[in-house]
Design a protein around this ligand. Structure first.
Ligand code: DOR
Ligand code: ZN
Length: 347
């Protein structure tokens, strides 16, 4: 299917990093301009570990939502070794707190307080299974001897499969999957297991990060993999399976924290997220698959109503700015200074 315009049910972003304080002035308008809802990651410093903190964080986000936008942030708690079962129970009564995020300790940005051993959190996970609260998983092992390109695959065998054997009804979102192994794993599971796919893992592979020079703005975690894995993600997104849905993992870092000896992981895609997903589906002749991926399957998985209103996009080129203000610095977005084929139709 090919066309120069498309109208879809308003999409949601099921995985976003908005940060905090003045950064919200940049990140929230970029996401709220088009997404109806977004699941906000709790990896602040210090992390969001209670329902009360999640609600205060939500209030700070709401203050940065531009007028006229009905954007709703959906909050998450950060799973630590000591998160209490009582805190999990509180989530059930709180409409705007939706899920718990599992970071293996040391896996990525602000994950130092993450889980050191999955067995430490079995009681919390048992409660989540019982109450139907989703566990959102950063699926990478952290053992330093495991090659960075294998960390997702090894996580599936060593953590995820045993976890699902013990808690077969647990709702799991395998976040920002990057490998064929993850695609196969998610497909092989029942309806309680789904995955988000970022736009950067659909558009790029490790050559974009490493061939001809190291490009720090393509460095994210899980790291971009080789082309066969990218192809598996592309097939999953285009397959029309409700197990795969949109989650940008848009994760801003200042330019100076990216362009340095030990640069931070994260790609800032929010300023062009839906435009790039649209371009991607269009380039694969699959515009008819965009709406379900972007606007239906995530809401269905979380048992939330689909958005009621629509967003339209037109095939008309624009140029992404070189950077945006972020705190007292700048953030370099995906496709900086380059063209993007689709834009929101504001008429
Ligand atoms: O690239 C990433 N950036 N991956 C993550 O898991 C975290 C994120 C961030 O918070 O910067
Ligand atoms: Zn993330």
């Amino acid at each position: 299917m090919s066309s120069d315009s498309i109208s879809i049910t308003r999409p949601d972003d099921w995985h976003i990093h908005l940060r905090d304080a003045t950064a919200l002035q940049t990140t929230v308008p970029h996401t709220a301009r088009v997404f109806g809802r977004a699941i906000v990651m709790p990896n602040l410093n210090p992390p969001v570990i209670s329902v009360a903190e999640a609600l205060r964080y939500r209030d700070r986000i709401l203050l940065a939502v531009p007028e006229g936008s009905a954007f709703k942030p959906l909050m998450t708690l950060y799973l630590t070794d000591t998160l209490l079962v009582q805190e999990i129970t509180k989530i059930k009564n709180e409409e705007s707190v939706l899920a718990v995020k599992y970071y293996p300790a040391g896996a990525t940005t602000n994950s130092d307080n993450g889980v050191t051993n999955i067995e430490n959190v079995y009681p919390a996970i048992a409660k989540m299974e019982e109450l139907g609260i989703p566990l959102l998983i950063h699926g990478e092992v952290t053992d330093t001897e495991i090659d960075i390109f294998d960390r997702e695959r090894v996580f599936i065998e060593s953590i995820l499969e045993p976890l699902l054997c013990k808690y077969p009804a647990l709702k799991i979102v395998f976040e920002h999957i990057t490998t064929q192994d993850a695609v196969e794993f998610v497909k092989s599971q029942s309806d309680n297991v789904a995955a988000t796919i970022t736009i950067h893992h659909l558009l790029y592979n490790r050559n974009d990060l490493l061939a001809g020079g190291v490009r720090p703005h393509f460095y994210c975690l899980p790291i971009l993999k080789r082309s066969i894995h990218q192809q598996a993600l592309i097939s999953a997104a285009l397959s029309g399976s409700p197990k795969f849905f949109l989650g940008t993992d848009s994760a801003p870092h200042s330019r100076s924290n990216k362009e340095t000896d030990c640069g931070c992981a994260g790609i800032y895609s929010a300023p062009a997220a839906i435009e790039l997903y649209t371009e991607f589906f269009d380039n694969h002749g699959a515009l008819d698959k965009l709406e379900a991926f972007a606007s239906f399957y995530g809401a269905d998985f979380y048992q939330l109503p689909r958005n009621k209103d629509k967003v339209s996009l037109i095939k008309s080129t624009w140029t992404m700015p070189e950077n945006f203000m972020l705190d007292d610095s700048v953030v370099v977005p995906i496709r900086e200074g380059q063209t993007i084929a689709w834009q929101i139709n504001k008429d």
